[in-house]
Structures are given as C-alpha cells and as structure tokens.
Design a protein around this ligand. Structure first.
Ligand SMILES: *[C@@H]1O[C@H](CO)[C@@H](O)[C@H](O)[C@H]1NC(C)=O
Ligand SMILES: *[C@@H]1O[C@H](CO)[C@@H](O)[C@H](O)[C@H]1NC(C)=O
Ligand SMILES: *[C@@H]1O[C@H](CO)[C@@H](O)[C@H](O)[C@H]1NC(C)=O
Ligand SMILES: *[C@@H]1O[C@H](CO)[C@@H](O)[C@H](O)[C@H]1NC(C)=O
Length: 491
C-alpha cells in the first residue's frame, strides 16, 4: 500500500467512526431529538441560505429542545421558553461562557475581550458598564446625543422630501446608530452630509467594521469542522485582518484620550473606564481599547437593522402608520422633538416597534453559549462544551405562544398579555447589554420620523420586498422609500 492509500484508508476510518459516534451521542439523549449527523459536516447539511428559518422548521419537527451537530460541535437548539430560563437564568453560572471557534478566537483575542470573552473578562466589564450608567453625566450625554442625531437625521430626510428624491434608508440609519455609539464611547461622529462622508477619519473605522460584521455573520465551515480549524485559525492569526486595523486605530485613540484625560471630568465612556483603570499600565490601555472595540461592534449593527425594518414596515402598512402618526402628532405637535420621555404616552407606536422586532428579529439565534461542565437541566443531560443556541425567532413566531403569529398585528402588544414570550434581546444576566440604549434610540428616531414624514413605497410599487438576508444580524434587501413632509406641524 502506498502512503496515499494508507492515508486514505485512515481518513475513511475516521469518517466512519465520526459518523457512528455522532449519531450514537444524539440517540443517547432520549429527551432530545435532531436531524441525522454526517461525518465532518454534522447536521449542517440541513441548513440553507436562511439558517434561522431552517431552525424554525427543524424544531417544529424535532421539538423545542433539538440536538444538532454544527460540524463537530454538539449543539442544543432551544425554543422552549422554560428551558431558556432554566439555562440562561437559573443555571446561568454553568452557561456563562461563549462558544469557541476560530473566528471568535480571533475577534476576542483568545477569548480575552470583554463582551464576548470568557467569564473572567466579562464580569469586570459588566460591573464597569453598570457603574457608568449610574453616572448622571454619562446618562445625560447619551440622551443628548440621541436627540442630536435624531435631529440631524430628520434634517437630512427633509432634503429628500423636498426634492421628492427616493430615500435609501440604510446609509443614513447606519450612520445614526454608529454615531450614537461613538458619541457615547468617545464623543465622535461621522457627518451625515454626503460630501463629507468620505473625508472623516472615523469613516475608515466604519468601513473596517462592515467587513468584520460580514466575517462574523457568514457561517464558515472552517469554524465548525475540527480538521479544518487549525488551518483557518492559522490564516486568521497570520494574515492582514480588518479586526487588527480596528484595534490599532482604537489603540491610538485610547492613548490620545489618556493624554488629555482630567480626573473629575467624564467626557464619555472611555474617560469613565480610564478613571477606574488608570492611564499608565499596559493593562489599562488594552482594556480600554478592547471595551471600545466591543461596544462599537455590538452597538452599531443591531439597532441599524431594526430601524431599517421599522421604516420598511411603516411603508408596507399605511394604516398602522396612520395610527402611529395620530398618536405622535398629539404629543409632538407643539414640540421641536419627541423625546424618549414621551414613550409611555405613545403606546401604539411602542407596540408597532415591538411587533417589528417580533416579526423580524435581527438576532434570531442570539449569540451562542457553551456548557462549562456536565450538567442536568430538567431531565436533559447536557455534556460539557455543548453549544447552546437560543432559537429566539422560532419562539417569537410559535403558534404555541402567540395567536396568529405570522400576521403583523401591533395591537397584540396593547393588551400586554403576551409579553412574557417577547425576548428579542435574549434572557438572563448575559443578555444584550445594550437593551436600554437600543430601545431609546429606536423609539426616538422612529417617533420623530413618523411625526415629520409620510413614508410609502416608491410609485408603482405596492409592497416593499420583506424577505430577509442572513448575516450576523438579519436585515432586509436594500430598499428605497418615498418621503412626503407632513404639513400640519408647527415647526
Ligand atoms: C460523543 O460523546 C462522548 C462523551 O460525551 C465524547 O467524548 C465524544 O467526543 C462525542 N463524539 C462526538 C463526535 O462529538
Ligand atoms: C476631584 O473631586 C474631589 C472630590 O469631589 C476633590 O477633592 C478633588 O480636589 C477634585 N480634583 C480636581 C483635580 O478637581
Ligand atoms: C483585552 O484586555 C485584557 C485585559 O487587559 C487583555 O488581557 C487582552 O489581551 C485584551 N485584548 C485585546 C484585543 O487587546
Ligand atoms: C447596517 O446594516 C447593514 C445591513 O442592512 C449592514 O450591512 C451594515 O454593516 C450595518 N452597519 C453598521 C455600521 O453596523
């Protein structure tokens, strides 16, 4: 036998052993079922272009707790709200860690960054962020920048309404959310003005972000198949990656900020962190840099998607848009700007936004976690290192928990009856840390847009395409709307 034949034979044996071992492991857990697992690929063969839809379909067939091999990673896909709470709230400590894969390893610097790193890195960050929100100056700073950005956004939109030029929301909404987070973290922003857009120094950062988000969002086989992982990892750590550029840019920003830092003056979140960590040590520099990287990644992409969906659904549901308009008009008719503090006075608009998040959740599978040890949860054995996926979308659209789940019906939230299953931000202590910020920035933008403009599909189009594009977050295809200025406003 030649060396190739021997190698081939060994590989074949590996495949057979892998096949048997995976399916035996699946069948050993009688409480959970899942699709057949192939060698190397595992159950990934069942997924197409829209994995979140596939997970909904599969969990209808295999149940609310489904086993699934992502390549070689044993995974449980959880749709049951009880089980989600058991895992993410009650047994939080055993599931605090994120999943492990080459791309995660890269963007978390060996699982050592704050939001998505290991427990020991995440805990101090969480404490630091929590204490930042008790600082009134920072809170005011956020609210002020949201109002400011909303005003700028509305002004840009006015110029489109005046010329009746079709408005493509994506570019402006992503600037809006990016700016709010960069203002909060380091008091910088990208101008909305089209000419200036390319000249701003932040734009470089912004461009690198888009690439990273794409990288994180595209399911890459090499992240899941053990025999490929080392090669992919080598590639990520030894080639020029956008992540490294971002870290470098923000490292410079950190050092510059430390030089101008004055005790007792909190200009932004970076200052707040510097106050706790100091300006001297390498540890402080690294920590501040990576908190910043994390917050920008997490903060920019998510609300941006939700806002796009809101505009699209407003255009596609003119009757609901009219209901919202009546409501915000009452509040906003003699104000310059509707504020976050007006939120409770506009229940229908709030319900509309919630319904958009239910029908088009932008993070339909959350961010995966990992079991730290062998554990039994509600009669289900979960071995160490099992990956846990929260099947949020499926839960938000399950007939078991919602009436008529596939129909867009904001009024379902007016009664408040069903809100216990409304979990677009995940559950438990490590759920989305940006929930308050996101709620505030989405509400303020949407309420003011509704107040100032009537939004409709372009002439000749009945409904804008609602199909979803899968990525790190779920977004619509690029679309345009027609904006008409509402006339009956005082200002
Ligand atoms: C099957 O389960 C055993 C015991 O938990 C584990 O050691 C083994 O790696 C698993 N096999 C696969 C292919 O995941
Ligand atoms: C900072 O504030 C503390 C107490 O509020 C005060 O004692 C100290 O003098 C201040 N330092 C500066 C540089 O203003
Ligand atoms: C993030 O900060 C921690 C703590 O200082 C450090 O160990 C880690 O290397 C940092 N990561 C990056 C990407 O700088
Ligand atoms: C905004 O959303 C789009 C998807 O529509 C995405 O491609 C882009 O990267 C997002 N921008 C930011 C800054 O997150």
């Amino acid at each position: 036998m030649s060396i190739f034949e021997i190698f081939g034979l060994l590989f074949l044996l590996y495949l057979i052993k892998d096949f048997i071992s995976k399916n035996r492991n699946i069948s050993q857990n009688p409480k959970v079922r899942g699709p057949l697992s192939l060698p190397l690929l595992g159950s990934l063969w069942t997924l197409g272009k829209l994995p979140h839809e596939d997970f909904s379909r599969l969990s209808k067939r295999y149940g609310n707790i489904m086993s699934f091999y992502m390549g070689d990673t044993y995974t449980l896909v959880i749709t049951s709200p009880d089980m989600l709470r058991e895992i993410f709230v009650k047994n939080f400590d055993s599931f605090v860690e994120r999943t492990r894969s080459p791309i995660f390893k890269k963007v978390t610097d060996n699982y050592r960054n704050f939001i998505s790193g290991d427990e020991s890195y995440w805990r101090p960050f969480k404490a630091m962020l929590a204490s930042s929100f008790t600082k009134q100056t920072l809170k005011n700073h956020v609210t002020k920048s949201i109002d400011d950005q909303t005003q700028q956004l509305v002004d840009v939109m006015k110029s489109f309404a005046e010329t009746l030029e079709p408005f493509a929301p994506k570019k402006f909404l992503e600037r809006y959310t990016f700016n709010i987070i960069t203002k909060y973290v380091m008091d910088e922003q990208i101008p909305y003005d089209q000419e200036e857009m390319t000249n701003s120094p932040l734009v470089k950062l912004f461009d690198h972000f888009s690439v990273i988000l794409q990288q994180l969002g595209s399911a890459n086989l090499a992240d899941f198949v053990n025999v490929l992982k080392p090669f992919y990892e080598y590639y990520l750590f030894h080639s020029d990656q956008p992540y490294d550029h971002i870290t470098k840019l923000l490292r410079e920003k950190t050092e510059e900020t430390m030089k101008t830092y004055k005790p007792n003056v909190t200009r932004h979140l970076m200052d707040h962190c510097i106050a706790e960590l100091g300006t001297e040590s390498e540890h402080a520099k690294r920590s501040v840099t990576n908190i910043t990287v994390d917050l920008l990644v997490a903060g920019a992409e998510t609300s941006n998607g939700t806002l796009q969906w809101c505009l699209l659904m407003l255009a596609n549901h003119p009757n609901y848009q009219e209901n919202c308009y009546q409501e915000v008009y009452e509040i906003g008719k003699d104000k310059l700007l509707i504020l976050n503090s007006d939120r409770t006075a506009t229940p229908f608009t709030q319900a509309f936004i919630k319904e958009v998040m239910r029908v088009h959740p932008i993070a339909p599978l959350g961010l995966p976690r990992r079991a730290k040890e062998d554990i039994w949860v509600q009669d289900v054995f979960i071995p160490k290192d099992t990956q846990i996926i929260q099947n949020i979308r499926s839960l938000l659209q399950s007939e078991q928990y919602w009436d008529d789940p596939l129909t867009f019906k904001p009024e379902r939230f007016l009664s408040g009856m069903q809100s216990q299953h409304f979990v677009p931000f995940g559950v438990g202590p490590r759920m989305c840390i940006g929930m308050t910020l996101a709620t505030e920035e989405i509400y303020t933008a949407i309420a003011n847009i509704i107040l100032n403009f009537k939004i409709s599909p372009l002439n000749g189009i009945d409904k804008i395409d609602e199909s979803e594009v899968f990525g790190l977050t779920i977004h619509p295809n690029d679309f345009q709307v027609k904006l008409e200025k509402r006339k009956n406003k005082l200002f």
